[in-house]
Design a protein around this ligand. Sequence first.
Ligand code: FES
Length: 161
Amino acid sequence: MESSGCRCIVERYQEVELFIAQYAGQPAALITVLHKIQETLGFVPHDLQIMVAETLGVPISEVYGVITFYAFFSLKPKGKYNVSVCKGTACYVRGANKVLARLEKALGIKPGDTTDDGNFSLEVVYCLGACGLSPVMTVNKNVHARLKQERIPEILTEYSS
Ligand code: FES
């Protein structure tokens, strides 16, 4: 069989289901298992949250609590372009809120959501380590520095293809 870099969602689901099964009855493996799901699927779907809770023997409320506590985990699939707006102190005092408000309006979504066409997801982060360039946001790995909310439409256009 020829190898392909692209694996279909069914294969990836099977892979995580097997992984979860290895940790049956081991509540201490919760983060390890959630990490695997996030890395493999890009988010932690509701049906797998239930499977993790039942298989590991952890209350579903705890599974949900861990996913929502750590920014690394996501409850929804991320967009092709993930926009991370920094609201750390330096960015906040230099107008990160205005940048975020403009993004929310332009994309029609709130942080934690993804646009219906799957192109953009939006999230808030706290300090990207580039405070001297604040306010800052990233789109995937690209850094956009010294932002002004007026530049948002033009920046989004760069990623709209
Ligand atoms: S506070 Fe935004 S980069 Fe540090």
